[in-house]
Design a protein around this ligand. Structure first.
Ligand SMILES: *[C@@H]1O[C@H](CO)[C@@H](O)[C@H](O)[C@H]1NC(C)=O
Ligand SMILES: *[C@@H]1O[C@H](CO)[C@@H](O)[C@H](O)[C@H]1NC(C)=O
Ligand SMILES: *[C@@H]1O[C@H](CO)[C@@H](O)[C@H](O)[C@H]1NC(C)=O
Ligand SMILES: *[C@@H]1O[C@H](CO)[C@@H](O)[C@H](O)[C@H]1NC(C)=O
Ligand SMILES: *[C@@H]1O[C@H](CO)[C@@H](O)[C@H](O)[C@H]1NC(C)=O
Length: 270
């Protein structure tokens, strides 16, 4: 289970979110950004911009209460305040990697993190191969130094190509694909299955997680669980899911988080 948390700035707490035993539950702190508070890029130096309620002590406390919880930092996201963020081609890629490695090492240690998620959502016209190289080498280095055990990527339909390039070169160090199915805006279980089939041609089906945006785009309500059932009926093993986001779920008592975990637990015992 993957749950984005902390992107909107509301005073969200980990404790609000129901966590069931037997589920590998990943909180994805949203977001760590290569920018200063004015939104200017910092050549790979990442700072935390998630809700200030999600402190290092809060991460430690939720992990000690729930040994099945892991925490990840998601890199970038769509915007910082009103500033829309984008990947850029660093002039010196090795310097970028080195800055990213040391700033993230500090964050990972301070916040007791287990991994990173890659959520760049815009790319320059000529992004060349700097994204695949910088991000792939960064993940490799963080894993090699045993600073992280989990790395995930979060492509969506218009960003698919740079992520495919990254995945093809570095799939050994990428554990899950948090593909944002809601951006395809399909509304029915049948259409969800078709999109899922397509995306699992591009990324290994064992790593692609179905996803749900609470109060969002794409399939909504219990039709999502029909879609998961349909995936199962068509030979996909649904052993995880991604939700965006805990912030939005506060208003509905975490219905989808609860039901998805029930689905996964039901599924793992049958
Ligand atoms: C952010 O960085 C830019 C350029 O690097 C600088 O001009 C600006 O003063 C910085 N803003 C803050 C708040 O540090
Ligand atoms: C890609 O970008 C890097 C860094 O800016 C540069 O060194 C390299 O020459 C570029 N490669 C191509 C094919 O444009
Ligand atoms: C890190 O890389 C070195 C050199 O390639 C390798 O010998 C070592 O086994 C790696 N360690 C881990 C934990 O991957
Ligand atoms: C699936 O991929 C095919 C070939 O790229 C494309 O024509 C079709 O529109 C896609 N369908 C969906 C539902 O994304
Ligand atoms: C889990 O299984 C129980 C018992 O079969 C069923 O009542 C419940 O609806 C299932 N929940 C989900 C979310 O699939």
């Amino acid at each position: 289970m993957m749950e984005y948390i902390g992107a909107t700035g509301i005073p969200i707490q980990f404790d609000n979110v129901p966590i069931q035993q037997g589920i590998d539950f990943h909180f994805i702190l949203s977001f760590a950004i290569d920018a200063n508070t004015s939104g200017n890029t910092q050549n790979g130096v990442f700072s935390p911009y998630w809700a200030t309620t999600l402190t290092p002590n809060a991460v430690a406390a939720t992990k000690s209460r729930h040994p099945n919880v892991k925490a990840l930092a998601s890199l970038s996201g769509w915007s910082l305040g009103s500033k829309v963020l984008s990947w850029y081609n660093p002039r010196d890629t090795n310097l970028w990697i080195s800055n990213a490695f040391s700033s993230l090492k500090t964050l990972i240690i301070n916040y007791h993190l287990d991994g990173i998620d890659i959520d760049y959502e815009r790319f320059p016209k000529h992004s060349n191969d700097t994204f695949a190289y910088c991000i792939g080498e960064l993940i490799t280095l963080l894993k090699n130094q045993s600073l992280i055990s989990v790395a995930t990527i979060a492509p969506f339909h218009t960003t698919i190509f740079p992520y495919i390039e990254l995945y093809e070169r570095y799939e050994d160090v990428i554990d899950y694909v948090n593909y944002q199915f809601y951006t395809d805006k399909v509304k029915t279980p049948e259409a969800y299955l078709e999109v899922f089939k397509n995306r699992t041609q591009q990324f290994d089906k064992e790593k692609v997680l179905p996803s749900y945006e609470v109060n969002g785009r794409g399939i909504q309500g219990d039709a999502f669980f029909e879609a998961l059932g349909l995936l199962e009926d068509n030979g996909f093993d649904v052993n995880g899911a991604m939700v965006f986001s805990a912030d939005a779920s506060q208003s509905n008592g975490y219905y989808y988080e609860t039901q998805i975990q029930n689905f996964l637990l039901n599924n793992s015992t049958t």
